[in-house]
Design a binder for this molecule. Sequence first.
Ligand SMILES: [Zn+2]
Length: 362
Amino acid sequence: MKNALALPKIAGISVYIHWTFAILIGWIVLTNLWRGLDWLHVSWMVLFVLGLFVCVTLHELGHALAARRYGIRTQDITLYPIGGVARLERMPSKPTHELVVALAGPAVNIVIMLILWPLIADFEMPKEDGAEVFVIDQHNFLPMLGIVNVWLAIFNLIPAFPMDGGRVLRALLSMRMDRVRATEIAAFVGQAIAVLFVFAGFYGNPFLIFIGLFVILGARAEAEAVRSQSFLEGFTAGDALMTNFQTLDKHHTIRDAVTLLLDGQARTFLVVDGDLPYGVLTRDHIIRGIQSEGEGAPVHSVADTRLHYFDMRTPLEEVLEHFQQRPGSIVLVRDGHRLAGIIDSENISELIMVNAARLRMA
Ligand SMILES: [Zn+2]
């Protein structure tokens, strides 16, 4: 992943810190020096934020491990200054499963709080008389971390879809109505709350502005994705199959690929090794290949060799989910042991448009 620092894997899941995290740390150092704190106390503040993000990572791990129970893999966990994101392969479509996955994150924060509870119970919150600036030190570090975990749990449970609380709301609604309607309601509630976040952000914590924008965009994208999926209901990979597609031998050069690209309609090519599929070559691969390898290089040096196969009878919603994770690629469709054809994301978009138009007619 670009723009992010890889941490050691946890439970087989890659964890990344986004580069913007450096801005957060820089901001904490500067504002606290500005407040007149010395370096020792500034270091405690930085340590506290790192401790907070360890808890955020455990929260995301809670989602990921709950999803794993239902056979859903997590691509990675990335930490941003506004929080963590666990990229699940897909959300469970069963409402009870979505409920468990959504609650698993905040549940981790509650467990952390309970572990630290003996320290919290003995801890006296400093009185805010304005005379002294509140600082983190070795005496209040762990109790404050415990208290912050309560806030993490509460904040995440605000029903601002696609935050955890919004997913809980969608899951509960899905038990009574179809998933598209449930998602639309949850997304509407989420966006309304997000607008409040943005307003509150202007008067208080600026992080709320970013979280609000993230929620507004996220809610819209997910509502759209669920709606698209619903248009594919009842269709299988066989229905979107392209049997007419361009292939390139792995020893052909990038120059050959450019000729094909400029010559015809195809933007994506199946690279073959003799009779066998070898990899996928997209327009992006070709452009990057010209720059990095030169036009005389063989296409196998730049093709993506991770091939994804689906069966003819696979529900098309699953193929769409695949493309939502990996846009601009193609998948191979098998009929028994025979390669029946390929599907690209353009294919599916066309089928969605056609079906949406058919429904509007009916
Ligand atoms: Zn969460």
